[in-house]
Design a protein around this ligand. Structure first.
Ligand code: GLA
Ligand code: GLA
Length: 718
């Protein structure tokens, strides 16, 4: 296969206007190069340490830091005093050394005096209790008082540092929503009422959308609307109200971000803005498909998951990041050199993983590798979180690893990686933040449902099959793909269903999972049989109709907890009781055997193929084990990224431009894996053994990575 499909591969575009892409320059001669560094908190240390910091940064080839993220109390020690002197000095030192500063708006953690004088800025939890200060983000996104103080700080920082050549980007807030995602304060209530009014226009529309005929929830005016507070016992919240509250929380934080950005931009329009997202497959607090439109470049904080999913999970999260970035470079704002300190058990990174994870992010499209944090804290809540300079000091494996990584990133910069695009797949798994939020509702047939985890499992199944899929937001344009996969996209608006049906009618292929399209965007169940979204259009496209769900899970003593399919696959949690299939549909597999018979599913269609227009829909009406999904993908002949099919133990990605191509090979197994047919010159290798005799073959060990570079001409790429 040639690499021609790179150019033909689709690039998702969001429907709404997006700010133009702007990338922060480095303080190098050309301004170019892969950014390398971390969160820098010099305010935690006496100034004597700063010179040592600078020396060690230089030695490690650090060229950028994120500065001042939690420094508000140091910058504004009391309401009427300001101290920029220390910040002037450290920015000066960094600039002289050629280290660019991504300067924070410093609003993530407000000073204690502000909470003391204005306790009305503190959020409340769902029980109505005040959320106390002392951690981070102990403020209401909807508080006009807090906003006044925060924007004042933003303006002063912009006025003081907007022209400073060492400051090359603005780092707004920090992980918006980490601690103040759900605020049940009176400010929040007032804002929610206004938000609902703007969304629904009339109270009748809201009553209809929320289904308030149920349990006497009818409201006579927007002033009667409440937040989904704790209502005693195990009371269930109206899922439509809950979902709107989740959307509202997202929107309030996004509005807050925009207000901060606009305050700085009014003074300093010429430097790019970002804020660090929290994209990993266990997190989905914000709808980043929307946030990505409001930053100049997207950045992410990604912390590894222990165990065998480590690299796969990283690649899956990054695949979504690359789609948010629309194929433009993106920034790893934080990851860890080794262990974190916020889980029950905090595994350290093994040898090679520091380099491997960082280069895996590059392999997936990142052009900046930063860590939390530069120097490991001596005190405070994060003292046992790893850093670039550990407690042990520079004579340590971690710091040596940081220096090696600096070398490798310089090699990749010199070789021209920066700005090359990740070659896209021909298959996209569609991601929908609202469907993930919807699966959190405790009112569904199973509380084990998770859209995002199913996206991850499908992603990993692609890797198991030796292919790679993109992960693309449902809201973006995925029409250029050959195949789209919708795993547990629980919630689909009529418009979503129309877009998908049109895609298939025009020749696309859609693979639709068991809990997809059950409710619309108001959390109303589609009637007439499952899956009912789109007023029956989804059923028509799939050629199936189901009447009940069969939920397993092992809790019921003596009941089967697994059901077998005629093709040998198994399902464990959820089967749709499909009662009819269209005459032109073909059943790929049905439930079979004694356990199926016990649940009266023997012979019921489980996987169904249906031609629709010029395309085809494939319905997977049950949860399948990952290995079974991989087998199904192979049997269906689903394609991944052209020219990167490999041994399934390797992740092979390509970044390229019109003149150069980089191949990245990452070992996702514990084995020594032989790789053949390697093109180009090896420029970075870790745990790679050359094969005797063949120059295009090698073996890659555990946590190993190989990067090669090939010059291309336009004709050779055709
Ligand atoms: C109770 C209630 C009903 C309904 C059912 C659901 O019996 O009285 O209104 O909520 O539970 O199982
Ligand atoms: C987040 C925060 C950082 C730090 C790290 C620790 O990403 O943004 O300030 O707390 O977690 O892992």
């Amino acid at each position: 296969m040639t690499s021609s499909t790179a150019a033909a591969s689709p690039t998702a575009i969001p429907p709404s206007a997006r700010r133009p892409f702007r990338w922060p320059a480095l303080l190098t001669e050309t301004g170019r190069g892969i950014a390398y560094g971390g969160d820098y908190n010099p305010d935690q240390w006496p100034e004597e340490v700063w010179d040592d910091d600078i020396r060690l940064m230089k030695q490690a080839r650090v060229n950028t830091v994120a500065l001042g993220i939690f420094s508000w109390a140091r910058i504004q020690p009391t309401e009427h005093t300001w101290d920029f002197g220390w910040l002037d000095r450290i920015i000066g030192k960094l600039g002289e050394t050629g280290i660019a500063v991504d300067l924070a708006s410093a609003t993530a953690s407000a000073p204690m005096w502000l909470y003391e004088t204005h306790p009305e800025i503190l959020p409340r939890d769902r029980y109505g209790h005040v959320v106390n200060p002392g951690s981070r983000q102990s403020w209401r996104p909807t508080s006009p008082v807090f906003k006044r103080y925060a924007l004042d700080l933003c303006r002063r920082l912009a006025e003081r540092y907007g022209d400073n050549p060492a400051v090359t980007a603005w780092h707004m807030g920090n992980e918006y929503g980490w601690n103040n995602r759900n605020d049940y304060s009176d400010d929040s209530l007032a804002a929610f009422r206004r938000w609902c009014e703007a969304k629904y226009g009339t109270i009748d529309m809201l009553n209809e959308a929320w289904g308030t005929a149920f349990w006497s929830q009818h409201v006579n005016s927007f002033d009667e609307i409440l937040l989904p507070y704790h209502m005693g016992g195990d009371s269930m919240v109206n899922p439509a109200q809950q979902l709107d509250f989740t959307r509202f929380g997202n929107d309030m934080l996004l509005d807050f971000y925009k207000a901060e950005r606009d305050a700085i931009e009014a003074v300093c329009p010429d430097k790019p803005f970002t804020t660090n997202f929290m994209v990993s497959t266990d997190q989905c607090s914000m709808d980043y498909a929307k946030w990505a439109n409001e930053v100049d470049f997207v950045s992410n904080d990604h912390y590894f998951h222990e165990g065998e999913s480590h690299l796969d999970e990283l690649a899956c999260s990054d695949a979504l990041m690359d789609s948010f970035a629309l194929g433009k470079p993106w920034y790893v704002m934080e990851h860890s050199t080794s262990a974190v300190q916020w889980k029950p058990l905090n595994a350290r990174k093994r040898g090679g993983e520091l380099m491997r994870d960082s280069l895996a992010h590059i392999a997936m499209g990142a052009d900046a590798i930063n860590f939390f944090q530069w120097r490991q804290s001596e005190a405070g809540a994060e003292a046992f979180h790893s850093a670039m300079v550990p407690h042990a000091g520079e004579d340590s494996a971690v710091y040596r690893g940081v220096c090696e990584l600096g070398e490798a990133l310089r090699t990749l910069s010199d070789a021209g990686v920066q700005g090359t695009g990740l070659r896209r797949s021909r298959t996209a798994i569609l991601f929908h933040a609202e469907s993930e939020w919807a699966t959190w509702s405790q009112t569904l047939p199973s509380m084990r449902l998770s859209h995002w985890h199913d996206v991850r499992d499908w992603y990993r199944a692609f890797l198991d099959a030796g292919k790679r899929a993109d992960v693309t937001p449902l809201a973006y344009d995925w029409n250029g793909y050959e195949t789209i996969v919708l795993p547990t996209v629980l919630m689909m608006s009529d418009d979503d269903v129309r877009r998908i049906a049109a895609f298939v009618r025009d020749g696309g292929r859609a693979i639709v999972g068991y809990a997809t399209g059950l409710v619309d965007d108001r959390f109303h169940v589609g009637l007439g049989g499952y899956p009912g979204a789109g007023g029956g259009l989804l059923r028509d496209m799939l050629g199936v109709r189901g009447e009940e769900f069969n939920i397993l899970g092992g809790e019921a003593d003596g009941e089967p907890d697994e059901i077998t399919l005629t093709n040998g696959m198994t399902t464990r949690l959820w089967q749709n009781d499909v009662t009819s299939v269209a005459p032109d549909a073909s059943v790929v597999a049905s439930y079979a055997g004694p356990d199926a018979a016990d649940w009266e599913l023997d012979g019921t269609p489980a996987i169904v193929r249906h031609p629709y227009g010029k395309g085809e829909a494939i319905y997977v009406g049950c949860d399948l084990k990952r290995g079974d999904i991989a087998r199904l993908l192979a049997e269906l002949g689903v394609v991944g990224v052209a020219g990167t099919e490999t041994d399934p133990r390797i992740i092979h990605t390509v970044r390229e431009s019109d003149t150069v191509r980089f191949d990245f090979y990452l070992n996702r197994s514990r084995d020594h894996v032989a790789v053949n047919g390697i093109a180009g010159e090896m420029i970075v290798a870790q745990r790679v053994d050359a094969a005797s005799g063949a120059s295009d073959a090698c073996a890659i060990g555990r946590n190993g990575i190989l990067v090669t570079r090939t010059n291309v001409t336009k004709t050779s790429r055709k």
